[in-house]
Design a protein around this ligand. Structure first.
Ligand code: UD1
Length: 429
């Protein structure tokens, strides 16, 4: 299994290109199931999760080409991929595939909408809490589907097709909003989703669905209205920049000091995180080709953050911000409100010398003068990159094991950091 070795102590200077957003690419790819026409997606990141979803979609009958070639022969990044679900050959998403990635469960929406039936394994994914699927079940039932759980599968049916309705999410869910938006696009009549997720990735999916002929308004607000249509067509859509990758590298620079331009991204995608970074002492500014992050050696100020659905502080940046706070000049409180078990990085950061105590959903981080390199274990996608950030300033070598978590969500991480002066290398095997 690959490992990443980091020798800490270098500042970061230069330019880091930001990839297309994983969390937008996945639902966009799944939207290809809604039409027998070709959906072309540009700026698709080269990530393990994307490859895994390509396999899952292939199982349903989605064909894909990359600039005219089969995807496996093109190891590049920022690819343009053409997805065509001419015929849905299978409406079952098996356990072996779905258990590896939670988002693959989302195929249930398009399959039900187009084929009026689906059998989808209950999901797996990052071990960051119980992550139930009740909101998907209730929402799809509101659109007229019957859903039963049988032997680890959800068996769903909508005889005669889905029917538009009003559904109020009792809790904000990104995935359930994606799924209901896709399903309602092909439902009979109007659907109104209240208390919908407002993440930029929701807006990106709505923009793409509208380009395919859907009638969606209000995406990015709490109320989304979808006027069902009888069929969707193909479209061409560019995946928006990855705000979590953007925030991660911004925090890395705030940690090491230096001057880096994050290319091809924009500050509007993560204002709350940048407010916290500025309070911590980093300079963040918009430049022509992206965002510039500067921190001179003036130290990191302690800042409290609370994770919240967009536009709040993203849970997907909580671990990275905690890594930064381990070097602050005081005490910071980090509160996780989205997932109940998203502090697995705490014990690994402690191995590097961090002082963190947990009380329920709150982590109390007491800044320390120095971190010391050590072998650590990646436990989930975002937690693992927080260990990389800490390793960038830890004295000596930090080795991050179980790097496959990183490969699920960060494209060419070691290459991007090395180009800015970090000593980071991948050790194979
Ligand atoms: C998405 C993101 C993930 C991010 C999360 C929150 C993708 C591929 N993943 O995950 O990176 O951390 O949003 O911003 O886009 N919940 C229920 N019942 C449900 C569904 C969700 O109780 O049926 C709960 C979850 O357990 C969690 C909260 O709602 O506590 C938010 O989860 P949700 O927004 O659905 O996360 P994902 O879409 O899985």
């Amino acid at each position: 299994m690959d490992r990443i070795r980091i020798r800490g102590g270098n500042t970061l200077n230069g330019t880091i290109p930001i990839s297309g957003a994983k969390n937008a690419a996945l639902p966009l790819m799944i939207a290809s199931l809604l039409t027998d026409d070709t959906l072309t997606l540009e700026n698709v990141p080269h990530l393990a999760d994307v490859e895994q979803l390509i396999r899952i979609l292939g199982n349903h009958g989605v064909d894909y080409t990359v600039s005219g070639k089969r995807v496996s022969s093109t190891p590049g990044h920022g690819r343009t991929i053409h997805f065509t679900a001419r015929t849905i050959v299978d409406t079952t998403a098996p356990y072996e595939l779905v258990s590896k990635m939670r988002a693959s469960f989302w195929v249930i929406g398009p399959l039900l909408a187009r084929m009026h039936k689906a059998k989808v394994s209950l999901p797996g994914g990052c071990a960051i809490g119980t992550r139930p699927v009740d909101l998907f079940i209730d929402g799809l039932r509101a659109l007229g589907a019957t859903l039963e759980i049988e032997a680890g599968y959800i068996v769903a049916e909508a005889k005669g097709g889905l029917v538009g309705n009003r559904f109020v999410f009792p809790k904000v869910s990104v995935g359930a909003t994606h799924v209901l938006m896709m399903a309602a696009s092909l439902a009979n009549g109007e659907t109104i989703l209240e208390n919908a997720a407002r993440e930029p990735e929701i807006v990106d999916l709505a923009t793409c669905l509208n380009a395919m002929g859907a009638k969606i308004s209000g995406a990015g607000t709490k109320t989304i209205t979808i006027e069902g249509v009888t069929a969707l067509s193909g479209a061409r859509h560019r995946v928006l920049p990855d705000r979590i990758e953007t925030g991660t590298y911004a925090m890395a620079v705030a940690m090491t000091g230096g001057d880096v331009v994050l290319e091809g991204t924009n500050a509007a995608l993560l204002e709350t995180a940048f407010t916290a970074l500025r309070a911590a002492g980093a300079e963040v500014s918009s430049v022509a080709n992206g965002i510039r992050i500067v921190r001179n050696g003036s130290g990191v100020h302690p800042v409290d953050v609370v994770t919240d659905p967009f536009p709040g502080f993203p849970t997907d940046l909580q671990a990275q911000f905690m890594a930064l706070m381990t070097r602050s000049s005081g005490v910071s409180l980090i509160t996780e409100t989205i997932f109940e078990n998203r502090f697995m990085h705490v014990q690994e950061l402690a191995r590097l010398g961090a002082k963190i105590s947990l009380s329920g959903q709150v982590a109390r981080v007491e800044g320390v003068g120095r971190l010391a390199g050590a072998p650590v274990m990646a436990t989930d996608l975002r937690a693992s990159v927080s260990l990389v950030i800490a390793g960038l300033v830890a004295e000596g070598d930090t080795t991050v094991n179980r790097v496959y978590h990183l490969d699920r969500g960060f494209e060419r991480l070691e290459e991007k950091l090395s180009a800015c002066g970090a000593e980071v290398e991948r050790i194979s095997g």
